[in-house]
Ligand binder design. Sequence first.
Ligand code: ASP
Length: 338
Amino acid sequence: MKRKVLLIYTGGTIGMEKDYETGSLRAFDFGNIFQKIPEMKLIECEISVYPFKKPLDSSDMGPTEWKMIAKHIGKNYDHYDGFLILHGTDTMSYSASALSFMLKNLKKPVILTGSQLPIGDLRTDAKENLLTSLYYASLYENNEAVIQEVAVYFEYKLLRGNRTLKYSAEFFDAYQTPNYPILGQSGVHLNVMKDNLWRSKTNGKFEVDTHVSQDVLFWRIFPGMHLNHFTEIPKVKVLVLQVFGSGTIFNTEKTLQTLQALRDQGTEIVVISQCVSGGISFGKYSNSNIFTKIGAISGNDITAESAITKAMHLLNNPKYEGGFAENFVKNICGEVSE
Ligand code: ASP
């Protein structure tokens, strides 16, 4: 039986080709993808293409597009065995994280991929990324999808989407999940590390929840920063604060007062680390005690991309019982270690 994959094309470098006369990049008509990559026809699955009307650079993508994609997957969930999203690389980790929270109790693969060089380039990485992603998006065993989560496939590696970060603007190997092992690797064989795959603990039905609140701000501290800037933060519901190492900040009375004032105005403070690997551990150094005192939330080893999109999804979301902090510390879909 041929598996059915829905390919959603959003834009990015992957859908571009070089105009050899002018030397510049231009988006090509994605309806012609089968002519561009005839090998796609050789893959043992049936592919339908849903291109965005106007291909976007991923820096122009955000909640509107996440919702659109999530709803489109929801509408087509029963008709396809897997979903492949072609996406610009710059914000792919944000979209992958946001989608992982929106697509609840996923039992089918949702794979995102893109490329560093356009599909029409002689040295392109687009072909391999696209073809192998199709394999992963249609991989079934005993009538059950092998991948049941939102994943990113890039340069021979399959990664948990909400653990990824774009680590290189230069190398083909652009993504990493420093706090989670890889889900699969493509070599001569297509390998899957089954122990690393996400399996929902609840037996709930697949559901799309596109709730997003944009009352979230991200701030990175640095030595010598003026704390007065914190008092200039507009009233925001969630501040994701990226601090040093395992959760340290300037140990001054002024810091305590400033952050306490934010808490008093009702701002939730989520603390994450500037290190890409490892995470927050309140209490390890006395310079983290301020966070315990003001009741800040530890983001543990979550990425910035995931912390931001998780906060956006949870804030004022009527589908979640309990408070923001209580829900934020939970591992919803593999985004954080337990
Ligand atoms: N600027 C592009 C984008 O993110 C980069 C890429 O696709 O690689 O849409």
